[in-house]
Write a protein that binds this ligand. Structure first.
Ligand SMILES: NC(=O)C1=CN([C@@H]2O[C@H](COP(=O)(O)OP(=O)(O)OC[C@H]3O[C@@H](n4cnc5c(N)ncnc54)[C@H](OP(=O)(O)O)[C@@H]3O)[C@@H](O)[C@H]2O)C=CC1
Ligand SMILES: CC(=O)[C@@H](O)[C@H](O)COP(=O)(O)O
Ligand SMILES: [Mn+2]
Length: 380
């Protein structure tokens, strides 16, 4: 029985993780959760899964829940998430919280020796060097949940890192894949949220439409697989059936395929190196699909991908600026305060003016993150 602490339990990945736990009660037990402000869903999770520790974002929600569940230990705010992350009975932490708010709890969980199943890519983007260094020091495994990285991780089983020619990440192209840049001026939030293949949270769906999601994933891959940016490429693949590939020096390419269903990579991270049956049993039929398509990536059309490669290569605090500017700009777009193309403009402006700091510690990263968000907000 694996005991799980789940950060971001009320979100898209969180709910799908609960699906896996529900489907395999013989294998998994939920012992701790954190959530933001969706208290109705938190209530349901408490009643169904009976976790021993719960954390929510705001004190007022914590107090409401405490009166409803007097026997339960409930925390709130940043210290509450950290408590959930290091919950003593948990064997594994599933980090499915949104944004760089996940960094500090991840580092705390690593220090506590927890295995980490990481969906929260912003944490690896903003401070991959700190996370991977801490994981090495405390001999902790960081297991990828993001579909592309899970695919690569699966393709690398039994292989040696020295034989890798390159990683090939697949990108669906998102909601506006077939539109030209000039056709993006007046697109709406509703249109941007209409991802062709995946049902995901709002922020990542917008990231997918700007191609920033793939940019963040390139940086995520750099840290998870310890490879230079020259060895990480991206190809457009509109069906999201091949979740990513590894090319080896002998020209062999190993790919992982499947229906676009995040429960597969989530479950693999939870069962690794073992596998369990899929909760629904929905299988991929290549004969039914018939054709798969691939197209070269256009860096002028998808400028955020270029920003991410440049920020990743520059290193230091540059990826922190990329991520924080993106988080702030996407939130503003979702609130209807800026247009879709202004997301790129705001990020470019922050990257251009930033004076890089090399090898930043946690405090520096948190400071630059906060400054960048403020700077973006001051322009909106
Ligand atoms: N969705 C997907 O298919 C995929 C997601 N990912 C990554 O996984 C992560 C989560 O994505 P997704 O599930 O889509 O996001 P959602 O927006 O659906 O969920 C985010 C979760 O984080 C919580 N949360 C947000 N802000 C805070 C905060 N300040 N303090 C505490 N909790 C907070 C939310 O709480 P509440 O709702 O209660 O307010 C919710 O539980 C992201 O990093 C994303 O890039 C990676 C691959 C695929
Ligand atoms: C499901 C998942 O892992 C997402 O990150 C997904 O990859 C988004 O798809 P695109 O960014 O390729 O549109
Ligand atoms: Mn992904």
């Amino acid at each position: 029985m694996k005991k799980i602490s789940l950060l971001g339990a009320t979100g898209s990945i969180g709910i799908q993780t609960l699906d896996i736990i529900r489907g395999h009660q013989e294998a998994f037990q939920l012992v701790a959760i954190s959530a933001g402000r969706n208290i109705d869903v938190v209530r349901k999770i408490i009643l169904e899964f009976k976790p021993e520790f719960v954390s929510v974002q705001e004190k007022v929600d914590c107090e409401t829940l405490q009166t409803e569940f007097p026997g339960l230990t409930i925390g709130f705010g940043p210290s509450g998430i950290e408590e959930a992350a290091v919950y003593n009975k948990a064997d594994i932490l599933v980090n499915a919280v949104l944004g760089s708010v996940g960094l500090s709890p991840t580092l705390k969980a690593i220090q506590a020796g927890k295995t980490i199943a990481i969906a929260n890519k912003e944490t690896l983007v903003t401070a991959g060097h700190l996370v991977m260094e801490a994981a090495r020091k405390h001999n902790v495994s960081i297991l990828p949940v993001d579909s592309e990285h899970s695919a690569i991780f699966q393709a690398l089983q039994g292989e040696q890192a020295k034989n890798i020619e390159q990683l090939i990440l697949t990108a669906s192209g998102g909601s506006f894949r077939d539109r030209k840049r000039e056709e993006l001026k007046n697109v709406t939030v509703r249109e941007a949220l209409n991802h062709p293949n995946w049902s995901m949270g709002a922020k990542i769906t917008i990231d997918s439409a700007t191609m920033m999601n793939k940019g963040l994933e390139v940086i995520e891959a750099h840290w998870l697989f310890s490879l230079p940016y020259e060895k990480i490429s991206v190809v457009l693949h509109k069906e999201s059936i091949i979740h990513s590939m590894v090319e080896f020096h002998d020209t062999s390419i190993i790919a992982q395929l499947g229906t676009p269903d995040m429960r597969v990579p989530i479950q693999y991270a939870l069962t690794y190196p073992d596998r369990l049956p899929h909760p629904t049993g929905n299988r991929l039929s290549l004969a039914q699909i018939g054709k798969l398509h691939f197209r070269e990536m256009d860096f002028d059309r998808f400028r955020c991908l270029k920003f991410a490669y440049d920020a990743g290569r520059a290193g230091g605090t540059m990826p922190t600026v990329l991520n924080a500017a993106n988080e702030a700009a996407v939130a503003a777009f979702l609130e209807g305060k800026i247009t879709f193309l202004q997301i790129e403009d705001l990020i470019e402006r922050e990257l251009t003016k930033h004076k890089i700091i090399t090898n930043p510690d946690l405090e520096t990263i948190q400071e630059i993150d906060e400054q960048t968000r403020k700077s973006v907000l001051s322009l909106i």
